[in-house]
Structure formats: structure tokens, C-alpha cells
Design a protein around this ligand. Structure first.
Ligand SMILES: [Zn+2]
Ligand SMILES: [Zn+2]
Length: 889
């Protein structure tokens, strides 16, 4: 079923699908476009073409059709006051990071705010009916258009007008009435200028008719009437019909201002500031001509560079003007657009990275820097951020809170890019031919080389228009893990005792047993979930080794056998294990908020794992943690433990919980149920969580971070222990420390001794050498013994044996060396004790035969003493030192 077929069917019956009260009342006429034959509704008798094919297309540029002028901020105030006046609730925007849907990274439309996925079904939850919302939406598919077309943004404000037709809400007639009045009365556009075009919408198994409304060729909004479910051959009316009118706030501002581009009136003073700083002498008349041509030609060509070429020709622009005006302006538009998107994304907790949604943010920041470099612009990034937030906070006051965090992240990320430039340059210098789109994707995916950098380096002249589309498709959807489906049909949901009085011993009925698995009618065994490991224990005497939840049914895995179906069995939960896991779970919450407090607002739980004796928490953070940060996090966590804050658990309707606490509650991911369990540690940490928790933070006793590690770009792991495990860890740690300090003390003593013996050696060695000269064989000085040594039949040498525990290596090496220099027939043998080792150092002079050289003696010694020896073979005759180790003195 395609859009085309639905449109054909609906347009064949306009009375039923498109004719609304307004058209009758005001005398709108239905016409078919002379060019494309699409149907549209107009009050203008002379109009013969649809807005895409009319002569007046984009004629508002330089000649706005309203008397009033509203910029971005004012335009929202107008829209909001209009809808509120007409019975709507104005709802604050939802985060741009779409944490309530696991198939989207970012919020792409206002309707997404109210969609919740339950199983395979999308359900709608509206906090009010009817409502209006200024929803910031992020879309990355048209990145190459941003800055160039005058109307494409990487993020924009979708005015969401939503209604469910019931006692409070309305349906088509009133919706179109309101949209018409908004445009004509509130904004003051002449009624003949408003054109409604027939269209359809389909997605997610439902579809319906829609009316797009245009003024002077600019599509301002699209009122979608989601009405049916199924496909054209077999469909039924939805139980819950929905009005999904989405309009572009930027366009409402633009139509009243008539500036050359929508960028000129939607970023506040920043665009003008930058144009001035860059010294661009922008002639407005020329820009009006150029951007009107761009707008008109955009739909005509597939490739943006063709659009540009045609516009340049039609507007009669010189090479010089392109270089001096158009190109730098496009750069400035791109920069302000991308910075605005980064402000929203970072404020809502997303980080630039090489994975998931963070990916698009990184590529945008790199585009900003490349564009600045390519155009030789020297802008102050912090100033751009400040000016934008100052402007945006009139509509979105929450951005004030994250102003500094946005700056921090952008600075860190910019620094990383600058550092990687040298490497990128090397890769680029190796490129032999002009890269294809696939090459570009590979270059970015594996080496982080952006096409904007290649453009900056003049490797390519334009970025192929398919690049960002392909790239964003690659990173669009999150992977959803496949689940196994055990044979559980027809079983009722398991009663979960751990959410009630949590008995550690209970009886239950066996509903089903198969292989090594058993399903009970009720259980107090916690099933693996939310990063919390399952309970162990016994069911009917068999060991419980694993517990998992499939839908609402808990399946226990047993070892050694399973009980018979329909029997009643007694069950025991391993309390020690459960208590350990529970302490680690509450500690995860404490550490998560501690980390955010210490590090910054961008910290979110990425994932977590809680076992009996250890746990880990992965958080989103841009860099590896420093020791100081780890200490601070741990200190704050333990301060919260000491405060003895009660841990409270309350169930809320999901919508209520979201409105009351915001989306921070989704630290552990989405909650696919209507009622959410909110675990609060006062207002320090509030999360939606299905895990088990202690009653008060003091029960955790102690939290000790044992290790931290950067596990992927933008994610840091904290390994920690809590409760008894932390105490155990601390005990071991203290023993280690005391051992270390003992060892340190011993080492200090030894060093002192060494120093003393060195001094003593310096005094005594000359005396020994003097004695040696006298050749008093057999004499003993201190612990030095001289002896004759029989070298060969005719020759004899001297043997010196030194046992001098007060002296160390320095003494023996110095003395040995000196002695064999003086008498090459001499063999020196020194023995001393160091730490727990007995060390032997031998030297043999040049003229000592191999059988009696240093190595031979050392080997002989080691045979007797049973130690191990080693030496330096090629220095055998002059100096061989052999240590005999591993000997107890
Ligand atoms: Zn047409
Ligand atoms: Zn939790």
C-alpha cells in the first residue's frame, strides 16, 4: 500500500475525506493543478496551479504578505497565545533525545512526544487535550542542504497542534478552522493567499487524509487526520483518532519577515553579528534574487550543486560575488544552525561520539570547525553559544541551566578534532583518486575523516548529496534484541511477591514445568531485569540457578530436576544474595546522581549490572575519569549514605510521572508499561525502576569504587562494591596498605643502612687494598680472608673471600673490580645478605683459567647453596657477577 494509491482513493471522494466546514463557509473551490494535477482548495478564483507550480512561489522573499513582522521568538508567542485563547493547553517541549522510544535516538516530530511503544503497538498519551507544543525536532537527513537552501535546518521547532476528538478535543472541521484563522487573523495573511493541498499520511500501520497549507508557495503546516488502521483492501477506523498538525515555526517567522532566508530571522542577533564580524558586504537585493531562485529550483533538481548553478545563472551573480558573499554566508548559516542543534542535544544529555545518535552530533561539530577553517573565519565559539542561548531561552528557559555544560562539551570535542587533524592529513595525502560516496563513508566511519575536511583540503569540491542520507541511514535505528519465546501460551501472569511484602519463604503452585524450567502462580524470586541479577534459592528442594521474565510470566531455571505440574511447592529465596544485590542496586542510583552532580548534566546511566558482591554502572561522559573525580563521586555518594535518606517507592501513571519528574526518570531505559514505579532518594535521585531497594540509604553502609574505565567513546564504567562487599574490600585494602607501609618502613631502613655501608666502604676499601699489596696470605682483616689459590701446575694466584654483612653490593663490586685489576690471577668471592636473599658476587682476573673463573665458582657455589645463578658470559674473565637467589638466610 503506497501513499499514491491512498491519495487516489481519498481524492476520488473529496466530500468524505477533504471537504471541511471552512471550505463550505468561505467558498473555497477545489481545483486540480494545471501542471501536476494534484487537488487543492483555494478562494482565489484566478489560481490555476498548486503552490509548487504557481508563479507566486517564494515571492514573499523581499515582499512579505503580512503587515506584522514576527521573528522566531515572537512567532511562537503569537502561535501559543492563539491556541491557548482557543482552548488549548500549551505544553513545554519534550527532550530532543528520545528516551521514551527505543527505536529513535532523537525526537523527529511533535507527535513522537506522545507515542509510547507497548509490545508491538504504539499508543498515544496526551497530557492534555487539545494541546499545542513548540517541539524542537532533530533531523539529519538533509544536512548538505543546511545553510544552502535557505530553509533546511538540522533542528527546527515543530508547532504541534494535537487533538483527540472526544468531549474535550475536536476533529477535522475545527482543526482546519483554527489553522486558517491562525494564518489569516493572528498572522494577518490575506485569505486569498491560503491554499490547502490534498495529501495523505501513512505510517506504523495507520493512515489518514491530510491537508497541507501553503502561503506564497511556502508550506507552513500539514494537518494530518490519523483515522484508519490496516491497508486499503482491509482497514477499520481507529478507536483513537488523532489530529497531528505539524507546522514549522521557522517558516511562520520567515513569511512575515520576508528575509532572503529563514536563517536570517530565526537565530536572533547572532547571524547579523557573524556577518559583520566576517566583513561580508551583503547586498539584500542580490540575496533576495539569489535565494528566491534557489527556493524555486530546489524541487527541480536532484543534486544540490545543479540547483546552485541554476540559481547563480538566473540571479546573474558573478564569481567574485559567490566567493565574497554567497559562500561565506552559507558557512555562517551552517554554523549557527549546527550550533543551535548541538545546544539542544547536549542540554538534553546527548554527547558527540562515534556510536549511536552521538554520531550525528560529532559530524556536525566537525562540519562547524571545517567550515570555519575553510573560510578562514575566526569566531568565538562561546560567544556564539551565549548569544544563541540568550535568544532561545525566551522560548526555552531550561537552556540557561546547561549553558556551561554545552560550552564544556563543545570545547572538549573541538580539541579532540584539532588533535586528530595531523592523522587525517596523512590519510588524505595517501588518497590516489577522487573518493566515491562509499569511500567517503568508509573514510569517515573508520578514520573519522569528514567530507567537510576533504572539502577544506580541496580533495573534493562538493559533498555528494547522498552522503549524509546514506550515513544517517546507517545510524538511524537502534538494534532491538531478539527474545526467545519459551512455550508459555495460555499461562496467567505471575503474581510478583517481591513487589508486595517480599517473603523470603513462600508456597506456590507449579503451573508448568518443562526441561529444567518451572513456572509458578506466584513468586518472590526476582527475575533478571533492569541490570539486576536474579535471585537464587530453592524450589521444592531444587537449586534455583536463574530466573527470567517473559512478558509478565516468571520462569525459574532449576538444577537437578523440576517439581511436577499442579503440585504445591515450598520455596526459599537466598536472602544473603538478595540483600547483597539490593544494596548494590540502591548504590547504583546513588552513584549515578553523584556522578552527574560531580561531572555535569550530560551524565546519564548508560547501563548497569548488580550482583551480590559487586556491581558496575556505565555512565555517559566524554573522558576517562581522573582520580580526583572518582574521589569526589565516592565522597558525595557516601555522604548521601550517611544522611540516611529514606528510599521511597510509588507507582504513577506514566504520563503523570513524566510531567511530575521529567524524563530524567528514564535512566534505566524505557518503561513499556502504563504504570511506572518511581524510586526516589528524596530529590537527590528519582528514577523509574523495577528493582529491589533498601529502605534507607544508611542500609547500604558504604560504597567503594574499585575501578573506572572508559569502555567506549562517551561511556565510562564505574566498578564498585557496596555494603558487606565494600567493608570486605576495605578490610583487604587496609591490610594491603599496612603491609605496604611495613614494606616501606623496611625499605627505608635498608636504604639508610646502604648509605651507611657505602660511607664505610669508601673508608675501608683503600685500607684493604693496602693490605692486599702486602700479600699477607691468610690474614684476616675484618671479615676478609686472603688465601693462595692454585691456578696451574706452575702458577698460583690469590683468593679473596669476603663475608661482610655490614657491606652490600657496592662494597663487593668496588672491591672485586679493584682487586682483579691489581692482580689478574686473583679470584674474588663476596657473600652478603640482602633482604631475604643471600647474594654472592664473584670476580675472576684475566689470567685465571676457565675451570676456576667467576662463572665456575658461582656455579659450584650455587650447587652447594642450592640457589640460582646468572651472569654475563662475554665479560666472564673480567667481571662476572652472579646472584644466588631464593635462599633463606
Ligand atoms: Zn502542481
Ligand atoms: Zn534501578
Amino acid at each position: 500500500m503506497g501513499k499514491k494509491e491512498i491519495l487516489e482513493k481519498f481524492s476520488a471522494d473529496p466530500e468524505r475525506y477533504y471537504k471541511v466546514r471552512l471550505f463550505d463557509e468561505k467558498g473555497f473551490e477545489r481545483k486540480s493543478c494545471m501542471t501536476c494535477h494534484r487537488y487543492f482548495w483555494t478562494m482565489d478564483e484566478k489560481r490555476t496551479n498548486c503552490p509548487d507550480h504557481s508563479d507566486d512561489t517564494y515571492s514573499f522573499i523581499g515582499n512579505p504578505p503580512t503587515k506584522k513582522r514576527f521573528d522566531y521568538t515572537q512567532a511562537w508567542k503569537e502561535v501559543e497565545s492563539f491556541f491557548v485563547k482557543n482552548g488549548h493547553t500549551s505544553v513545554n517541549r519534550y527532550p530532543v533525545v528520545c528516551r521514551w522510544r527505543d527505536d529513535l535516538y532523537f525526537t523527529i516530530a511533535s507527535i513522537v512526544d506522545f507515542q509510547r511503544v507497548m509490545g508491538s503497538k504504539v499508543v498515544f498519551e496526551f497530557p492534555a487535550n487539545p494541546l499545542v507544543v513548540p517541539q524542537t525536532c532533530l533531523r539529519f537527513k538533509d544536512l548538505e542542504n543546511v545553510g544552502v537552501t535557505g530553509r533546511h535546518f538540522s533542528s527546527f521547532c515543530m508547532i504541534g497542534q494535537h487533538s483527540i476528538p472526544n468531549d474535550h478535543g475536536y476533529w477535522k472541521d475545527q482543526c482546519v478552522d483554527l489553522d486558517y484563522k491562525l494564518v489569516t487573523e493572528q498572522f494577518g495573511v490575506d485569505k486569498n493567499e491560503v491554499v490547502f493541498v490534498e495529501d495523505v499520511w501513512e505510517g506504523g500501520g495507520s493512515f489518514g487524509s491530510s491537508l497541507e497549507f501553503f502561503v506564497k508557495g511556502l508550506e507552513l503546516g500539514n494537518a494530518v487526520f490519523t483515522e484508519f488502521q490496516g491497508d486499503l483492501s482491509n482497514y477499520k477506523t481507529l478507536d483513537q483518532k488523532i489530529i497531528d498538525m505539524g507546522a514549522g515555526l521557522e517558516r511562520f517567522a520567515w513569511i512575515t519577515m520576508g528575509t532572503p532566508t529563514a536563517y536570517d530571522c530565526c537565530f536572533g542577533p547572532i547571524t547579523n553579528n557573524l556577518v559583520q564580524q566576517a566583513g561580508i558586504d551583503a547586498d539584500c537585493e542580490l540575496l533576495v534574487r539569489y535565494f528566491t531562485e534557489i527556493a524555486k529550483n530546489l524541487e527541480r533538481f536532484g543534486d544540490l550543486s545543479d540547483v546552485r548553478k541554476t540559481a547563480i545563472k538566473s540571479a546573474g551573480i558573478s564569481e567574485e560575488q559567490i566567493k565574497k558573499i554567497i559562500t561565506p554566508l552559507e558557512g555562517i548559516y551552517l554554523i549557527v544552525d549546527h550550533v543551535r542543534t548541538l545546544i539542544f542535544a547536549i542540554s538534553d544529555g546527548a554527547l558527540p561520539s562515534n556510536v549511536g545518535g552521538g554520531y550525528n552530533l560529532r559530524i556536525m561539530l566537525r562540519r562547524i570547525i571545517s567550515t570555519l577553517d575553510r573560510l578562514g573565519l575566526k569566531f568565538d565559539m562561546n560567544e556564539i553559544i551565549d548569544t544563541q542561548i540568550d535568544y532561545l531561552k525566551k522560548t526555552y528557559p531550561e537552556l540557561e541551566k546547561t549553558r556551561n555544560d554545552v560550552k564544556t562539551i563543545i570545547e572538549i570535542e573541538s580539541g579532540r578534532y584539532e588533535n586528530s587533524k595531523e592523522r587525517m592529513q596523512k590519510i588524505v595525502s595517501k588518497l590516489k583518486q577522487k573518493p566515491t560516496v562509499d569511500d567517503l563513508i568508509r573514510l569517515y566511519e573508520s578514520d573519522g575523516v569528514t567530507p567537510d575536511y576533504l572539502k577544506e583540503m580541496k580533495v573534493i569540491s562538493e559533498i555528494p548529496s547522498t552522503f549524509y542520507t546514506k550515513l544517517s541511514e546507517l545510524h538511524q535505528s537502534k538494534k532491538i534484541e531478539k527474545q526467545e519465546h519459551p512455550p508459555l501460551e495460555g499461562l496467567p501472569e505471575t503474581e510478583l511477591l517481591y513487589y508486595e511484602n517480599d517473603p523470603r519463604e513462600f508456597d506456590a503452585k507449579v503451573l508448568k514445568s518443562f526441561d529444567k524450567y518451572v513456572v509458578l502462580n506466584r513468586t518472590s524470586f526476582y527475575a533478571r531485569g533492569g541490570g539486576q541479577e536474579p535471585d537464587h534459592g530453592k524450589i521444592a528442594g531444587f537449586d534455583v540457578v536463574d530466573v527470567n521474565k517473559h512478558g509478565n510470566i516468571v520462569v525459574h531455571e532449576l538444577k537437578g530436576g523440576v517439581p511436577k505440574e499442579s503440585t504445591t511447592v515450598s520455596c526459599v529465596v537466598d536472602s544473603k544474595r538478595r540483600d547483597g544485590i539490593t544494596k548494590h542496586h540502591t548504590s547504583t542510583h546513588i552513584l549515578n546522581s553523584s556522578s552527574r552532580n560531580v561531572l555535569g548534566s550530560w551524565v546519564w546511566q548508560h547501563s548497569a549490572f548488580k550482583e551480590e558482591d559487586h556491581a558496575r554502572l556505565d555512565i555517559t561522559h566524554h573522558s576517562a575519569l581522573t582520580d580526583e573525580e572518582v574521589t569526589k563521586i565516592e565522597e558525595l555518594a557516601n555522604a548521601k549514605v550517611k544522611e540516611n535518606i529514606p528510599v521511597t517507592i510509588q507507582n504513577f501513571d506514566r504520563g503523570t510521572a513524566e510531567q511530575k519528574y521529567g524524563f530524567r526518570i528514564y535512566q534505566g531505559g524505557i518503561v513499556p508499561v502504563k504504570s511506572v514505579r518511581i524510586v526516589s532518594i528524596a530529590d537527590f535521585d528519582i528514577e523509574a525502576c523495577g528493582g529491589t531497594h533498601v529502605k534507607s540509604t544508611k542500609d547500604v553502609n558504604l560504597i567503594k569504587i574499585t575501578r573506572t574505565k572508559r569502555i567506549q567513546d562517551g561511556v565510562v564504567r564505574l566498578e564498585f562494591v557496596a555494603g558487606d562487599a565494600a567493608r570486605e574490600h576495605l578490610k583487604e585494602y587496609e591490610i594491603k596498605i599496612s603491609k605496604m607501609s611495613e614494606a616501606q618502613e623496611a625499605k627505608k631502613k635498608l636504604d639508610e643502612e646502604r648509605e651507611r655501608s657505602k660511607q664505610e666502604s669508601r673508608r675501608i676499601i683503600p685500607l684493604i687494598l693496602k693490605d692486599f699489596a702486602k700479600k699477607n696470605i691468610g690474614t684476616k682483616i675484618d671479615t676478609i680472608v686472603w688465601a693462595d689459590i692454585h691456578l696451574r701446575a706452575t702458577e698460583s694466584g690469590k683468593f679473596c673471600f669476603a663475608f661482610s654483612s655490614p657491606y652490600d653490593e657496592f662494597f663487593h663490586v668496588t672491591l672485586g673490580k679493584e682487586l682483579i685489576k691489581k692482580d689478574p690471577t686473583l679470584v674474588y668471592f663476596g657473600i652478603f645478605v640482602e633482604n631475604n636473599l643471600v647474594r654472592v658476587i664473584t670476580f675472576a682476573g684475566d689470567k685465571v683459567p676457565e675451570s676456576k673463573n667467576a662463572k665456575a665458582i658461582a656455579m659450584e657455589t650455587s650447587k652447594i647453596l642450592g640457589g640460582s645463578g646468572g651472569g654475563n658470559a662475554h665479560l666472564l674473565k673480567e667481571e662476572v657477577r652472579i646472584y644466588i637467589n631464593n635462599l633463606r638466610p
